[in-house]
Design a protein around this ligand. Structure first.
Ligand code: 5GP
Ligand code: MN
Ligand code: MN
Length: 326
């Protein structure tokens, strides 16, 4: 395996105080990776703090260990004074929120699977052949001789399950199934994660979904589909941004669609854009052009401005990229 991997394992072995940091707008892979490394290092007797500078979606709290992840306000990094900061599943410093302000003052390890990673740490293990950062954390923990019980196995499995779209995406390869099989043999229950994330919807979500469908538009002979929701839509149905979590996947599920874009304005004037593609269109390139990043099949960015204008401009940019390739 990569030199960086061994360098990271050696560094973590020697460190006593470690801060493990995830990315803003945390997803299943991020929460899984942060908690798995946190629990692994703790089991080795180290002083560890796990933190994410964002509100964690409420459905993740069915895994009770999620409560150990601290908010930015709850910790003073200089007071804790870690030997090492480990950043997981984040491709650039802006993805760690306000933690980016302290990175210059500490030794930083980055473990990530995004091809768009900017190698912003002192040691960077970046490998986009992994479907999930959680698989990389699994290897770090194993090399550190961490013992896996049922809880750690379940928590580590979550990231592999969510970042492969519950084993539906093209990144669900043989190594994924081998890792999953080994975690299941250690006690992880994949159905628990699937129910927690996919079958935990509020009724209000369906009303919001209906509005999203009303706003749906198709372009490029039905190969590009997009929709949007405004701050007012969320307010009208008493919903939060958590409630629209799977909407971009719904758009992509339309027959014949290659690229799906979902725009949402949950904070007035701040528009998050989620890109997804099915087979060949590299959405990370479009997201990167706009200042964001991600993977070829799932990428995103947050832009400030007027929702309608952003929708118009981004659709135009995506269409231009379509024309280049089709
Ligand atoms: P989502 O659409 O679920 O918010 O994000 C999909 C993927 O795009 C994420 O897994 C993440 O890799 C990436 N992504 C989303 N937003 C941003 C962003 O603002 N900057 C970067 N670099 N990547 C993002
Ligand atoms: Mn992520
Ligand atoms: Mn990931």
């Amino acid at each position: 395996m990569a030199n960086e991997f061994l360098n990271i394992v050696g560094t973590l072995n020697e460190a006593q105080k470690i801060l493990v940091v995830g990315h803003i707008m945390p997803d299943g892979d991020d929460i899984s990776s942060v908690l798995s490394l946190f629990l692994g290092l703790k089991s080795l007797g180290k002083q560890v703090v796990a933190a994410i500078d964002w509100k964690i979606p409420s459905y993740f709290f069915e895994i009770e260990e999620v409560k150990y992840i601290k908010n930015y306000e709850e910790i003073d990094v200089y007071d804790f004074n870690p030997d090492i900061i480990v950043i997981l599943d984040a491709s650039s410093p802006d993805r760690v929120g306000r933690f980016s302000d302290v990175l210059n003052d500490f030794k930083v390890i980055v473990i990530d699977h995004h091809a768009t990673n900017t190698y912003f740490g002192d040691i960077n293990w970046v490998d986009s052949t992994y479907a999930a950062t959680a698989q990389m954390v699994l290897r770090v923990n194993k090399e550190l001789q961490v013992e896996y019980d049922e809880r750690l196995s379940l928590i580590n499995l979550m990231g592999i399950e969510t970042d492969t779209g519950f084993f539906r995406y093209s990144n669900a390869n043989e190594r994924v199934f081998r890792d999953v099989a080994s975690l299941i043999s250690l006690g992880a229950k994949p159905d628990f994660i699937a129910r927690m994330i996919l079958e935990n919807r509020r009724l209000e979500q369906f009303k919001l979904l209906s509005r999203m469908i009303d706003n749906l538009k198709l372009e490029c002979d039905g190969k590009l589909a997009y929709s949007y929701l405004s701050k007012k839509d969320y307010e009208e149905f008493n919903c939060t941004d958590e409630d629209s979590g799977g909407f971009v996947g719904e758009i992509r599920s339309i027959k014949g669609v290659e690229v799906a874009i979902f725009f949402y304005e949950y904070v007035k004037g701040e528009v998050h854009i989620s890109f997804r593609s099915k087979e060949w269109f590299d959405v990370s390139k479009v997201a990167f052009t706009l200042g964001g990043g991600g993977h070829p099949r799932a990428a995103g960015v947050t832009l400030n401005g007027n929702l309608e204008e952003i929708v118009r401009d981004v659709v135009k940019l995506t269409k231009a990229n379509f024309d280049l390739k089709s």
